[in-house]
Design a protein around this ligand. Sequence first.
Ligand code: GLY
Length: 428
Amino acid sequence: MGLRVLVVGGGGREHALLWGIARSPLLDTMYCAPGNAGTTRLAISIPVAADDIVGLRRFAVSERIDLTVVGPEAPLVAGLADEFRAAGLAVFGPGAKGAHIEGSKAFAKEVMRAAGVPTGTAAEFTMFSPAMAFVEDHGTPLVIKADGLAAGKGVFVAGSRREAEDALRSCLIEGRFGDAGRSVLVEEYLEGEEASLLALVSDGRVLPLAPAQDYKRALDGDAGPNTGGMGSYSPVPTVDADTASAIVDQIVRPTVDELERRGISYRGVLYAGVILTSQGPKVLEFNCRFGDPETQVMIPRMRSDLLRLLWATAQGEELPASVDWEPGACVGVVMASRGYPAGSSKGDTITGIVEAEALDGVTVFHAGTAERDGVLVTAGGRVLVVTALGADFAQAREKAYKGVGRIDFSGAQWRTDIGARAVGGRTS
Ligand code: GLY
Protein backbone atom coordinates (compact mmCIF):
# COMPACT_ATOMS: atom_id res chain seq x y z
CA MET A 1 0.00 0.00 0.00
CA GLY A 2 3.02 2.31 0.36
CA LEU A 3 2.46 4.40 3.48
CA ARG A 4 4.08 7.77 4.03
CA VAL A 5 4.86 7.98 7.74
CA LEU A 6 5.81 10.86 10.01
CA VAL A 7 7.27 10.10 13.45
CA VAL A 8 7.15 13.01 15.90
CA GLY A 9 10.01 13.31 18.40
CA GLY A 10 13.77 13.08 18.48
CA GLY A 11 14.91 10.58 21.08
CA GLY A 12 15.82 6.93 21.41
CA ARG A 13 12.18 5.90 21.54
CA GLU A 14 11.50 7.53 18.18
CA HIS A 15 14.64 6.00 16.66
CA ALA A 16 13.42 2.56 17.81
CA LEU A 17 9.94 3.19 16.37
CA LEU A 18 11.45 4.19 13.02
CA TRP A 19 13.70 1.12 13.09
CA GLY A 20 10.67 -1.12 13.62
CA ILE A 21 8.53 0.65 11.02
CA ALA A 22 11.38 0.44 8.48
CA ARG A 23 11.05 -3.36 8.50
CA SER A 24 7.48 -3.24 7.24
CA PRO A 25 6.63 -3.98 3.59
CA LEU A 26 3.78 -1.46 3.96
CA LEU A 27 6.24 1.46 4.18
CA ASP A 28 6.88 3.93 1.40
CA THR A 29 8.73 6.91 2.97
CA MET A 30 9.48 8.01 6.53
CA TYR A 31 10.00 11.46 8.00
CA CYS A 32 10.99 12.38 11.55
CA ALA A 33 10.39 15.73 13.24
CA PRO A 34 12.83 16.83 14.48
CA GLY A 35 14.83 13.56 14.70
CA ASN A 36 18.48 13.11 15.65
CA ALA A 37 21.70 11.93 13.99
CA GLY A 38 20.54 8.30 14.21
CA THR A 39 17.03 8.77 12.85
CA THR A 40 18.43 10.48 9.74
CA ARG A 41 19.81 7.07 8.67
CA LEU A 42 16.22 5.82 8.39
CA ALA A 43 14.01 8.85 7.83
CA ILE A 44 14.16 12.33 6.35
CA SER A 45 14.59 14.81 9.22
CA ILE A 46 12.18 17.72 9.30
CA PRO A 47 13.26 20.82 11.26
CA VAL A 48 9.92 21.18 13.06
CA ALA A 49 9.77 20.88 16.85
CA ALA A 50 7.70 18.06 18.36
CA ASP A 51 5.41 20.58 20.06
CA ASP A 52 4.83 22.76 16.98
CA ILE A 53 1.40 21.34 16.23
CA VAL A 54 0.56 23.85 13.52
CA GLY A 55 3.90 23.31 11.76
CA LEU A 56 3.55 19.54 11.96
CA ARG A 57 0.00 19.58 10.62
CA ARG A 58 1.00 21.86 7.77
CA PHE A 59 3.84 19.47 6.88
CA ALA A 60 1.62 16.38 7.11
CA VAL A 61 -1.01 17.93 4.84
CA SER A 62 1.46 19.24 2.25
CA GLU A 63 3.47 16.00 2.13
CA ARG A 64 0.34 13.79 2.06
CA ILE A 65 1.41 11.87 5.18
CA ASP A 66 -0.72 8.74 5.62
CA LEU A 67 0.16 8.07 9.26
CA THR A 68 1.67 10.23 11.99
CA VAL A 69 3.10 8.42 15.02
CA VAL A 70 3.61 10.63 18.07
CA GLY A 71 6.44 9.76 20.46
CA PRO A 72 6.34 12.26 23.36
CA GLU A 73 3.41 13.06 25.64
CA ALA A 74 3.46 16.87 25.53
CA PRO A 75 2.07 17.30 21.98
CA LEU A 76 -0.63 14.68 22.69
CA VAL A 77 -1.68 16.44 25.90
CA ALA A 78 -1.71 19.70 23.91
CA GLY A 79 -4.15 18.21 21.38
CA LEU A 80 -1.98 17.26 18.39
CA ALA A 81 -4.09 14.20 17.60
CA ASP A 82 -7.35 16.20 17.68
CA GLU A 83 -5.92 18.81 15.32
CA PHE A 84 -4.66 16.15 12.93
CA ARG A 85 -7.93 14.17 12.94
CA ALA A 86 -9.89 17.36 12.32
CA ALA A 87 -7.71 17.83 9.22
CA GLY A 88 -8.50 14.28 8.06
CA LEU A 89 -5.07 12.90 8.99
CA ALA A 90 -4.56 9.46 10.58
CA VAL A 91 -2.56 9.64 13.80
CA PHE A 92 -1.30 7.10 16.30
CA GLY A 93 -1.87 8.70 19.70
CA PRO A 94 -4.89 9.71 21.79
CA GLY A 95 -6.62 13.06 21.61
CA ALA A 96 -6.19 15.55 24.45
CA LYS A 97 -9.01 14.01 26.52
CA GLY A 98 -7.41 10.57 26.42
CA ALA A 99 -3.91 11.97 26.93
CA HIS A 100 -5.21 13.68 30.08
CA ILE A 101 -4.64 10.30 31.76
CA GLU A 102 -0.95 11.28 31.73
CA GLY A 103 -1.47 15.03 31.72
CA SER A 104 -3.28 15.02 35.08
CA LYS A 105 -2.43 12.59 37.86
CA ALA A 106 -5.66 13.58 39.61
CA PHE A 107 -7.73 12.72 36.52
CA ALA A 108 -5.96 9.36 36.24
CA LYS A 109 -6.78 8.60 39.90
CA GLU A 110 -10.39 9.60 39.39
CA VAL A 111 -10.70 7.30 36.35
CA MET A 112 -9.10 4.47 38.32
CA ARG A 113 -11.43 4.98 41.27
CA ALA A 114 -14.46 4.95 38.98
CA ALA A 115 -13.20 1.84 37.18
CA GLY A 116 -12.23 -0.02 40.36
CA VAL A 117 -8.61 -0.26 39.22
CA PRO A 118 -6.14 -1.14 42.01
CA THR A 119 -3.86 1.77 42.87
CA GLY A 120 -2.50 3.56 45.92
CA THR A 121 -4.86 5.78 47.88
CA ALA A 122 -4.26 9.46 47.32
CA ALA A 123 -5.53 12.91 48.24
CA GLU A 124 -5.31 16.06 46.13
CA PHE A 125 -4.15 19.43 47.44
CA THR A 126 -3.64 22.93 46.11
CA MET A 127 -2.68 24.49 49.47
CA PHE A 128 0.47 23.80 51.45
CA SER A 129 -0.99 23.73 55.00
CA PRO A 130 -3.72 21.10 54.47
CA ALA A 131 -1.24 19.01 52.47
CA MET A 132 1.24 19.14 55.39
CA ALA A 133 -1.55 18.29 57.85
CA PHE A 134 -2.29 15.19 55.74
CA VAL A 135 1.41 14.25 55.87
CA GLU A 136 1.41 14.66 59.69
CA ASP A 137 -1.68 12.45 59.98
CA HIS A 138 -0.49 9.69 57.70
CA GLY A 139 3.25 9.68 58.37
CA THR A 140 5.92 8.79 55.82
CA PRO A 141 6.94 7.27 53.46
CA LEU A 142 4.54 8.95 51.04
CA VAL A 143 4.72 9.84 47.36
CA ILE A 144 4.13 13.43 46.26
CA LYS A 145 3.27 14.03 42.63
CA ALA A 146 2.84 17.26 40.72
CA ASP A 147 -0.54 16.91 38.97
CA GLY A 148 0.58 17.97 35.49
CA LEU A 149 3.43 17.18 33.10
CA ALA A 150 6.79 17.91 34.69
CA ALA A 151 9.19 16.21 32.25
CA GLY A 152 9.54 13.21 34.56
CA LYS A 153 10.75 15.38 37.46
CA GLY A 154 7.48 15.88 39.34
CA VAL A 155 7.39 12.72 41.47
CA PHE A 156 8.99 12.68 44.92
CA VAL A 157 9.30 9.68 47.20
CA ALA A 158 9.31 11.32 50.63
CA GLY A 159 10.91 9.07 53.21
CA SER A 160 10.67 11.65 55.99
CA ARG A 161 8.45 14.53 57.06
CA ARG A 162 11.23 16.90 56.00
CA GLU A 163 11.38 15.46 52.48
CA ALA A 164 7.59 15.67 52.18
CA GLU A 165 7.68 19.29 53.30
CA ASP A 166 10.44 20.15 50.78
CA ALA A 167 8.49 18.54 47.93
CA LEU A 168 5.21 20.26 48.86
CA ARG A 169 6.97 23.58 49.32
CA SER A 170 8.68 23.37 45.92
CA CYS A 171 5.37 22.62 44.15
CA LEU A 172 2.79 24.64 46.08
CA ILE A 173 4.79 27.62 47.38
CA GLU A 174 7.83 28.05 45.16
CA GLY A 175 6.02 27.06 41.95
CA ARG A 176 8.95 24.98 40.69
CA PHE A 177 6.78 23.25 38.06
CA GLY A 178 4.59 26.24 37.24
CA ASP A 179 0.98 25.29 36.51
CA ALA A 180 1.89 21.59 36.43
CA GLY A 181 2.63 21.71 40.17
CA ARG A 182 -0.12 24.01 41.43
CA SER A 183 -2.02 20.92 42.45
CA VAL A 184 -0.40 17.82 43.94
CA LEU A 185 -1.38 14.29 44.84
CA VAL A 186 -0.13 12.92 48.14
CA GLU A 187 -0.17 9.20 47.66
CA GLU A 188 0.35 5.98 49.57
CA TYR A 189 3.86 4.53 49.10
CA LEU A 190 3.59 1.05 47.55
CA GLU A 191 6.24 -1.62 47.91
CA GLY A 192 7.16 -4.20 45.31
CA GLU A 193 8.89 -4.62 41.99
CA GLU A 194 7.96 -2.21 39.21
CA ALA A 195 7.15 -3.16 35.63
CA SER A 196 5.74 -1.46 32.55
CA LEU A 197 2.93 -3.07 30.60
CA LEU A 198 1.99 -1.24 27.44
CA ALA A 199 -1.05 -2.02 25.34
CA LEU A 200 -2.24 -0.83 21.96
CA VAL A 201 -5.75 0.57 22.31
CA SER A 202 -7.95 0.90 19.24
CA ASP A 203 -11.35 2.40 20.13
CA GLY A 204 -11.91 0.06 23.07
CA ARG A 205 -9.94 -2.92 21.73
CA VAL A 206 -6.85 -3.82 23.75
CA LEU A 207 -3.71 -5.59 22.52
CA PRO A 208 -1.07 -6.02 25.25
CA LEU A 209 2.61 -5.79 24.33
CA ALA A 210 5.47 -7.62 26.05
CA PRO A 211 6.26 -6.33 29.55
CA ALA A 212 9.42 -4.31 30.05
CA GLN A 213 11.29 -2.81 32.95
CA ASP A 214 13.29 0.38 33.14
CA TYR A 215 15.87 1.72 35.59
CA LYS A 216 15.13 5.24 36.74
CA ARG A 217 18.09 5.90 39.07
CA ALA A 218 21.42 7.14 37.77
CA LEU A 219 23.74 4.74 39.58
CA ASP A 220 24.21 1.00 40.09
CA GLY A 221 22.06 -0.58 42.76
CA ASP A 222 19.27 1.95 42.14
CA ALA A 223 21.25 4.68 43.89
CA GLY A 224 21.63 8.33 42.91
CA PRO A 225 19.17 10.79 41.43
CA ASN A 226 16.20 10.01 39.20
CA THR A 227 16.81 10.17 35.46
CA GLY A 228 14.78 9.75 32.30
CA GLY A 229 15.83 6.07 32.41
CA MET A 230 19.30 4.48 32.39
CA GLY A 231 18.39 1.14 30.83
CA SER A 232 15.70 -1.45 30.38
CA TYR A 233 14.97 -5.04 29.57
CA SER A 234 12.16 -7.14 28.15
CA PRO A 235 10.43 -9.45 28.92
CA VAL A 236 10.16 -9.24 32.72
CA PRO A 237 10.55 -12.57 34.56
CA THR A 238 8.38 -11.43 37.46
CA VAL A 239 5.53 -10.62 35.05
CA ASP A 240 4.61 -14.17 34.10
CA ALA A 241 1.60 -14.94 31.88
CA ASP A 242 -0.83 -14.94 34.84
CA THR A 243 0.46 -11.62 36.14
CA ALA A 244 0.32 -10.08 32.66
CA SER A 245 -3.31 -11.28 32.32
CA ALA A 246 -4.14 -9.84 35.73
CA ILE A 247 -2.67 -6.46 34.69
CA VAL A 248 -4.69 -6.48 31.48
CA ASP A 249 -7.95 -7.67 33.09
CA GLN A 250 -7.82 -5.66 36.32
CA ILE A 251 -6.06 -2.52 35.08
CA VAL A 252 -5.87 -1.90 31.34
CA ARG A 253 -9.30 -3.09 30.15
CA PRO A 254 -11.32 -1.45 32.95
CA THR A 255 -9.46 1.82 32.38
CA VAL A 256 -10.12 1.75 28.64
CA ASP A 257 -13.77 0.84 29.31
CA GLU A 258 -14.10 3.74 31.74
CA LEU A 259 -12.64 6.14 29.17
CA GLU A 260 -15.09 4.81 26.57
CA ARG A 261 -17.97 5.28 29.05
CA ARG A 262 -16.92 8.93 29.24
CA GLY A 263 -17.01 9.21 25.46
CA ILE A 264 -13.22 9.20 25.15
CA SER A 265 -12.19 6.94 22.29
CA TYR A 266 -8.50 6.17 22.55
CA ARG A 267 -6.27 5.32 19.60
CA GLY A 268 -2.68 4.82 20.64
CA VAL A 269 -0.69 3.13 23.34
CA LEU A 270 -1.65 3.09 27.00
CA TYR A 271 1.35 2.61 29.27
CA ALA A 272 0.58 1.18 32.69
CA GLY A 273 3.43 1.61 35.16
CA VAL A 274 2.59 -0.99 37.80
CA ILE A 275 3.99 -2.20 41.05
CA LEU A 276 3.70 -5.87 41.93
CA THR A 277 2.56 -5.68 45.56
CA SER A 278 1.76 -8.57 47.89
CA GLN A 279 -1.93 -7.82 47.13
CA GLY A 280 -1.41 -7.99 43.36
CA PRO A 281 -0.50 -5.43 40.70
CA LYS A 282 -1.37 -1.80 41.40
CA VAL A 283 -0.99 1.25 39.16
CA LEU A 284 1.78 3.75 39.84
CA GLU A 285 1.13 5.85 36.74
CA PHE A 286 -0.43 5.87 33.31
CA ASN A 287 1.28 7.32 30.27
CA CYS A 288 -0.36 8.06 26.95
CA ARG A 289 2.65 7.09 24.79
CA PHE A 290 5.41 4.53 24.37
CA GLY A 291 7.94 4.27 27.20
CA ASP A 292 11.51 5.49 26.90
CA PRO A 293 13.75 3.42 27.16
CA GLU A 294 11.25 0.48 27.27
CA THR A 295 10.44 0.88 23.56
CA GLN A 296 14.10 0.40 22.65
CA VAL A 297 14.04 -3.15 24.12
CA MET A 298 10.53 -4.05 22.95
CA ILE A 299 10.79 -3.20 19.27
CA PRO A 300 13.88 -5.36 18.53
CA ARG A 301 11.92 -8.34 19.89
CA MET A 302 8.83 -7.67 17.78
CA ARG A 303 8.31 -10.08 14.90
CA SER A 304 4.85 -8.76 14.02
CA ASP A 305 4.62 -5.92 11.54
CA LEU A 306 4.85 -2.79 13.72
CA LEU A 307 3.58 -0.45 11.01
CA ARG A 308 0.52 -2.64 10.39
CA LEU A 309 -0.26 -2.53 14.13
CA LEU A 310 0.20 1.25 14.36
CA TRP A 311 -1.90 1.78 11.23
CA ALA A 312 -4.77 -0.42 12.47
CA THR A 313 -4.73 1.34 15.84
CA ALA A 314 -4.74 4.80 14.29
CA GLN A 315 -7.75 3.80 12.15
CA GLY A 316 -9.68 2.39 15.12
CA GLU A 317 -9.69 -1.03 13.42
CA GLU A 318 -9.64 -4.57 14.76
CA LEU A 319 -6.32 -5.64 16.27
CA PRO A 320 -4.85 -9.14 16.04
CA ALA A 321 -5.28 -11.50 18.99
CA SER A 322 -1.61 -11.27 19.95
CA VAL A 323 1.80 -9.89 18.97
CA ASP A 324 4.56 -12.24 17.84
CA TRP A 325 7.88 -11.81 19.71
CA GLU A 326 11.40 -13.14 19.27
CA PRO A 327 12.15 -15.70 21.97
CA GLY A 328 14.85 -14.79 24.46
CA ALA A 329 15.57 -11.39 25.94
CA CYS A 330 16.59 -7.88 25.03
CA VAL A 331 18.68 -5.64 27.29
CA GLY A 332 19.31 -1.94 26.63
CA VAL A 333 22.04 0.14 28.32
CA VAL A 334 21.83 3.93 28.20
CA MET A 335 25.10 5.79 27.66
CA ALA A 336 24.72 9.29 29.07
CA SER A 337 26.91 12.37 28.79
CA ARG A 338 29.02 13.97 31.50
CA GLY A 339 26.98 15.63 34.23
CA TYR A 340 23.69 13.84 33.52
CA PRO A 341 21.08 14.08 35.02
CA ALA A 342 21.86 17.45 36.68
CA GLY A 343 23.11 18.76 33.31
CA SER A 344 24.71 17.39 30.19
CA SER A 345 27.75 18.02 28.03
CA LYS A 346 27.47 18.59 24.30
CA GLY A 347 29.77 18.41 21.30
CA ASP A 348 31.91 15.40 22.33
CA THR A 349 32.89 13.14 19.41
CA ILE A 350 31.25 9.69 19.47
CA THR A 351 33.10 6.72 17.98
CA GLY A 352 32.57 2.97 17.80
CA ILE A 353 28.90 2.62 16.88
CA VAL A 354 29.66 0.71 13.68
CA GLU A 355 31.93 -1.63 15.67
CA ALA A 356 29.24 -2.12 18.33
CA GLU A 357 26.58 -2.91 15.73
CA ALA A 358 28.91 -5.44 14.10
CA LEU A 359 28.16 -7.64 17.12
CA ASP A 360 25.39 -10.13 16.44
CA GLY A 361 22.04 -8.88 17.79
CA VAL A 362 23.32 -5.44 18.83
CA THR A 363 21.46 -2.30 17.73
CA VAL A 364 22.35 1.19 18.90
CA PHE A 365 19.53 3.70 19.14
CA HIS A 366 20.43 7.38 19.21
CA ALA A 367 18.89 9.86 21.65
CA GLY A 368 21.01 13.00 22.25
CA THR A 369 23.20 12.96 19.15
CA ALA A 370 23.90 15.42 16.34
CA GLU A 371 26.17 15.66 13.35
CA ARG A 372 28.64 18.56 13.29
CA ASP A 373 30.83 18.98 10.19
CA GLY A 374 30.24 15.33 9.33
CA VAL A 375 31.25 14.15 12.82
CA LEU A 376 28.85 12.42 15.22
CA VAL A 377 28.75 14.30 18.54
CA THR A 378 26.83 14.26 21.80
CA ALA A 379 23.86 16.63 21.99
CA GLY A 380 21.98 15.80 25.19
CA GLY A 381 21.90 13.95 28.50
CA ARG A 382 20.97 10.49 27.34
CA VAL A 383 23.09 9.96 24.24
CA LEU A 384 22.65 6.34 23.08
CA VAL A 385 20.86 3.16 24.05
CA VAL A 386 22.92 0.07 23.24
CA THR A 387 20.51 -2.85 22.92
CA ALA A 388 21.19 -6.54 22.41
CA LEU A 389 19.04 -9.57 21.76
CA GLY A 390 20.16 -12.80 23.37
CA ALA A 391 18.93 -16.32 23.95
CA ASP A 392 18.56 -15.37 27.61
CA PHE A 393 19.23 -12.39 29.87
CA ALA A 394 22.85 -13.37 30.57
CA GLN A 395 23.67 -13.44 26.86
CA ALA A 396 21.73 -10.26 26.07
CA ARG A 397 23.52 -8.45 28.90
CA GLU A 398 26.93 -9.69 27.84
CA LYS A 399 26.38 -8.53 24.26
CA ALA A 400 24.93 -5.15 25.26
CA TYR A 401 27.91 -4.41 27.51
CA LYS A 402 30.34 -5.60 24.84
CA GLY A 403 28.67 -3.08 22.53
CA VAL A 404 29.01 -0.35 25.18
CA GLY A 405 32.70 -1.23 25.46
CA ARG A 406 33.24 -0.49 21.77
CA ILE A 407 31.70 2.99 21.94
CA ASP A 408 33.58 5.99 23.20
CA PHE A 409 32.91 9.65 23.93
CA SER A 410 34.41 11.94 26.52
CA GLY A 411 32.51 11.80 29.82
CA ALA A 412 30.41 8.76 28.88
CA GLN A 413 28.65 7.20 31.87
CA TRP A 414 26.44 4.16 32.20
CA ARG A 415 25.13 1.73 34.79
CA THR A 416 26.84 -1.65 34.93
CA ASP A 417 23.91 -3.61 36.42
CA ILE A 418 21.21 -3.28 33.73
CA GLY A 419 19.36 -6.57 33.39
CA ALA A 420 21.41 -8.24 36.17
CA ARG A 421 18.39 -8.92 38.35
CA ALA A 422 16.66 -10.74 35.46
CA VAL A 423 19.53 -13.16 34.81
CA GLY A 424 18.32 -16.70 35.32
CA GLY A 425 14.70 -15.55 34.93
CA ARG A 426 12.14 -16.86 32.46
CA THR A 427 12.06 -15.22 29.06
CA SER A 428 8.60 -16.42 28.00
N1 GLY B 1 10.45 4.86 31.22
C1 GLY B 1 9.48 5.67 31.81
C2 GLY B 1 8.67 6.46 30.87
O1 GLY B 1 8.77 6.34 29.67
O2 GLY B 1 7.87 7.25 31.35
